[in-house]
Design a protein around this ligand. Structure first.
Ligand code: DCP
Ligand code: MG
Length: 441
């Protein structure tokens, strides 16, 4: 448990709490979900790390995507917001301080927060880099009340991060907890008690319900449906017939129903990358180039997550859609781009191509605990020496790419052999992977 000195919990975890989600021991207990979301996360970190930025409009963004990642609340007053083109932000708020994202620093603080949250509840779901759901059912017994738990959590987050604030929402179900955490932003706490849910929903704009996008909202507006209260003017049947699953889900939400449990984060079992080529090919050099590109992507993900794997798999799909996979298990775990590439290359070299290839993929799996070590296809001393060099090369490349964008640094092999079209394709794939990652998917 995380102990706040001046507010000690009355007791430790009791055995009863183990079965929080089993639905048995707790049938009569009020279900509580807590949602915490960091305030202007990237921008607040920049302000914390450079105190001269405090109180000033700070806009984090740029790089290859050319959009605003986020901005400080001071900049939001000028109408700047996430995903806005940087050029528009500059027009709206030319006096702001513009900062490039430092993903590694943000990830480090995110991991620290995740670890802390695990001391508040056994069920924590990191929903993105800066937000999490905690199942708080039954925990009022430990903290005095679920609201006190929320305040303690806020204080602990500030302490552990060195000064960042978050906002907390507490409600009986997930989507209401998320909406609640937005009610008192920044640095706020909002508790939606079960007896207040119905009045809260009655006024709640449907556009605030997660999952209601622009198109759905327009269709709802045409029906005169602006709030969750309006949703209930039509029958459940109507919603099912008219909008299918989305309609039923909206009806549920308008009734305050959201059965989704808090699903704790589990480490990935593997990391992979693959590409379907624009044209089928027999060219081994081109395939190797893609393996290098995959090794870079997979290696960078592994290193970011602090993982390393012993098994490397290459997947090849032929023009006639037949698919083969070949894998090797290494004596030690690897995460460096060079080691992953070497292993993949060894596999490809040993494969006879049965026709032209339409897809080539690479996967690293077999993660276990312990420090990442390397490919020992080389003898021991060389391995250590070589991997140290590889490690520092990877660190340098990761740092440069973080700072100047994914395509700022290309290994010689890629630069020499990859045509402009392929290069663009590789870049756009990485953009997609990057945005998935940022969204926390
Ligand atoms: N982010 C991003 N691109 C987006 C949205 C978000 O890079 N289109 C990043 C930057 C944010 C972080 O994710 O700091 C968290 O996203 P939030 O939506 O929680 O936004 P903030 O934490 O910045 O602000 P808020 O106080 O509104 O939560
Ligand atoms: Mg946030």
């Amino acid at each position: 448990m995380f102990l706040v000195k001046d507010n000690p919990p009355e007791q430790g975890f009791s055995l009863e709490l183990v079965g929080i989600n089993s639905g048995k021991a707790m049938t009569n207990a009020q279900r509580w979900i807590m949602h915490m979301d960091m305030d202007a996360f990237f921008a607040s970190i920049e302000q914390m790390d450079d105190p001269s930025l405090k109180g000033r409009p700070v806009i984090v963004g740029g790089g290859h995507r050319g959009v605003v990642s986020t901005c400080s609340y001071e900049a939001r007053r000028y109408g700047v917001h996430s995903a806005m083109p940087m050029s528009e932000a500059r027009r709206l708020c030319p006096q702001a301080v513009y900062v490039r994202p430092r993903m590694r620093r943000y990830a480090e603080l995110s991991a620290r927060i995740r670890e802390l949250l695990g001391q508040f509840s056994p069920l924590v779901e990191m929903a993105s880099v800066d937000e999490a759901y905690l199942d708080a059912t039954g925990l009022e017994r430990i903290f005095g009340s679920v609201e006190r738990m929320g305040w303690q959590l806020k204080r602990a987050v500030t302490e552990i991060t060195g000064g960042l604030t978050c906002s907390v929402g507490i409600a009986p179900v997930k989507f209401l907890a998320k909406i609640s955490s937005e009610q008192r932003k920044p640095d706020g706490l909002f508790l939606l008690a079960p007896e207040d849910v119905s009045a809260f929903l009655h006024r709640l704009p449907v556009t605030d319900v997660p999952g209601v996008g622009r198109h759905f909202a327009a269709a709802l507006s045409a029906l005169g449906v602006k709030t969750c209260g309006d949703v209930l003017r039509y029958s459940e049947d109507f919603w099912a017939r008219r909008f299918g699953k989305a309609g039923l889900s909206l009806w549920d939400r308008a009734m305050g129903v959201d059965p989704r449990p808090v699903v704790p984060w589990a480490p990935p079992k593997s990391e992979s990358a693959e590409v379907t080529l624009d044209e089928d090919t027999l060219d081994r050099e081109l395939l190797c180039t893609w393996l290098m590109r995959h090794a870079e992507r997979v290696g960078a993900s592994l290193r970011r997550a602090g993982l390393a794997g012993r098994t490397v798999t290459v997947k090849v799909k032929y023009a006639d859609f037949r698919q083969v996979t070949r894998q090797i298990s290494l004596p030690e775990r690897i995460s460096s781009t060079a080691a992953i590439y070497e292993a993949a290359r060894t596999i490809l070299d040993g494969m006879e191509l049965a026709g032209s290839v339409r897809l080539i993929g690479l996967r690293v799996s077999g993660f276990e605990d312990g420090p990442p070590v390397r490919l020992s296809l080389l003898d021991e001393e060389d391995t250590v020496h070589d991997e140290r060099r590889r490690g520092s090369l990877d660190t340098a490349v990761d740092a440069l790419r973080e700072r100047y964008g994914r395509n700022a640094v290309m290994r010689g092999r890629l630069f020499a052999t990859m045509g402009g079209k392929d290069r663009e394709k590789a870049a756009s794939q990485e953009d997609k992977a990057e945005s998935r990652r940022i969204r926390g998917a």
